[in-house]
Structure formats: C-alpha cells, structure tokens
Design a protein around this ligand. Sequence first.
Ligand SMILES: [Zn+2]
Length: 72
Amino acid sequence: MRSNDCPRCQGSMTEGFIPDHTDSAVRKVAIWVEGAPEKSRWTGVKLGKKTRYEIQTWRCGRCGFLESYAKG
Ligand SMILES: [Zn+2]
C-alpha cells in the first residue's frame, strides 16, 4: 500500500473507500459517474452507459482530511 502526505498538515494518509448503501447488508464502493444525473421513475437515477469509476478515498490520520480519486 502506498502512502500519501496530507495537503493540509503533511500527516500520513491511509487508503480507504466510502461504501454505497450503508444501511444495506450488501455494500458497494461509491462510484463517480460522468455527466449530469438523469432521473428515472423506476431506478432513481439512470446510469445507462455513462462512464463510471470506483472512488478511492484517502484519509489523513492527523487532521481527518479526505481526498478522493476516481481512477479508470
Ligand atoms: Zn492532515
């Protein structure tokens, strides 16, 4: 695991992620989707064939700053 320095306080940052549907037993990693959201009556927000990336979030152990990346 690589480590990053916090841009705020230079503390060390730890890799993690923010799960989607936190109340559900089935947890998924939150994703970033390209473009504006299209509302759908059936599924809430339609994703279709939009570009999407899983979000990786790093947390600073000293000040709690979060930094997120959505890499392909
Ligand atoms: Zn920090």
